[in-house]
Design a protein around this ligand. Sequence first.
Ligand code: FAD
Ligand code: SF4
Length: 571
Amino acid sequence: MLIFRKPIQGIERPQMEADVVIVGGGPAGMACALRLAQLIDAHNAKNPDAQLSKENIYVLEKAREIGQHCLSGALLDPRSMRELLPGFEKEAPLDAEVSEEAVYFLTKKGKFKLPITPPPLRDHGNYVISLNKFVKWLGGKVEEAGITVFTGFAGSELLLDGDRVTGVQTDDKGVDKTNQPKSNFEPGYDLKAKVTILTEGPRGSLTKQLVSRFNLDQDRNPQTYGVGVKELWEVPSGRIAKGRVIYTMGWPLTSKAYGGAWIYGGKDNVVSLGFVSGLDYPDPRLDPHRVLQVFKEHPFIAGLLEGGKMIRYGAKSMPYGGWWAIPPVAGEGWMILGDSAGFVNSQRLKGIHLAIKSGMLAAETAFQALQKNDFSAATLGTYQQKVESSWIKQELWKVRNFHQAFEHGFWIGMFHAGLQQFTGGRGLRNRYPGKPGYQLMKPLSQLPPDGGNEAHLLGSYKGDGKLTFDKLTDLYHSGTKHEEDQPSHLVIHDTSICEQRCIKEFGSPCQNFCPANVYEMVDDSAAPNGKRISLNPSNCVHCKTCDIHDPYQIITWVPPEGGGGPNYDGM
Ligand SMILES: Cc1cc2nc3c(=O)[nH]c(=O)nc-3n(C[C@H](O)[C@H](O)[C@H](O)COP(=O)(O)OP(=O)(O)OC[C@H]3O[C@@H](n4cnc5c(N)ncnc54)[C@H](O)[C@@H]3O)c2cc1C
Ligand code: SF4
């Protein structure tokens, strides 16, 4: 029987008081912490008699080490970093400055290079980075500035007092598979905070609780997502120059699905490559991990990788919905930053600079609240105004309708995207509506049994072990580890839906969209359709795809015991 993780009830929990708690130590969380420390230092230097303390400002990060759960492409637009730490280029881990970019449209065997790189994909001035290394470095600055980063601690529940967010409860440690405390049990803390800042990345679990509690998605477009499946390769010297950037569109996707690939040349002949599949494709049998494998078989890509070796693997979702999908970002005692809010420019495949800028603006707001000792929605709400009068809005406003335009396929999307380019993002109307991606998934009865022209994208992939890999081989290269003896952190609210309806209507798509082989339908003669759902939670790479994309919305991803998850060293 499956048993799902939930906080142990009816126990006394240690209490801890904080001024500010930042949940999530990615670029947004770390930038927020650092900017807050800078502001407090500057204030204290000028006001010896009215000092503010940094002692009670905490960052909670579920990974065992800073940056371990950070995965991105990544190209860094340096705009916000130059504001946060002028001259950061001299010391930050930057692999290369972009020297050359190209965009290709791929057919099954051929390629067509766009004569001009579309302006959103011009990357001169940006840097190739490993987000993992970059966040480790930034986290070091935060600690040097005197702010405590608790690694291996997840925020697992929001604490509320009426309509006010009053902090978070951290994860219980030492709970066995049946949800019973073990001898090493340590209850999670009630971390009471004047300001709670949610910066958990895409589809944050506490952010989801907050959005649902206060209906923050009312009147907004639904958030939509893509999932990026990534590999790092070591290639023969000189094959892909440091700083070379390649984007592709087309094959292996058909015009029915949204997505594309990137290849970034880093230092020491290490190349980042990956494929982002929009989580709004129609065929539930499509497997985003397989999409990347088939992509690598294209003669152009296979040629680039020939003689090379895959060294790391991972996957992560990113929000695509744009400006109209961003919820209110501040209220009584809380603020939301970075990907958790949806600050991503999906046209440019970039969100790091926006995450950092949002972190800075939230820090400025929290600093004003600390000075005034006022943590009300009126004070914290000025973060919303700061975002709206900053270049975050300017950038996102110009692409506010971009992803929605592709809801009816690639070619119609390209038409609208072209129109939007000349109308400041407007296109045919100011606000294009959107649908959550899982609603666009079609039941099997409406699809060709053999997959038609998408047959090559469907189902799991075996791989040849050299250029292409099955999921488990790839997963091994993600360094994923969890405490095995703990309840499942993938919470399925009604498994009878999996076994009675989903298996027949959609063919159990969780088996396909999960890039880490967590979900399996196994033979069971006692189950209504001869199969029951089985989970391998220890494989989970925390990409959140299942929480986002299951067609019945019955899966909730909750943080497992802190410290577990992938090890995205160098990713
Ligand atoms: C495949 C892919 C490619 C991308 N390429 C680029 C690119 O080239 N350039 C670019 O600018 N952007 C790119 N992006 C987007 C970019 O990575 C994100 O916009 C950026 O990382 C967002 O930063 P963040 O701090 O908001 O979230 P994240 O980077 O997701 O960090 C969130 C952190 O919070 C932690 N966390 C989550 N929940 C909890 C919890 N409950 N308790 C404690 N800790 C928690 C996580 O472990 C993580 O460390 C890409 C994204 C993907 C997925
Ligand atoms: S179980 Fe869900 S969050 Fe974990 S790897 Fe699979 S799809 Fe991603």
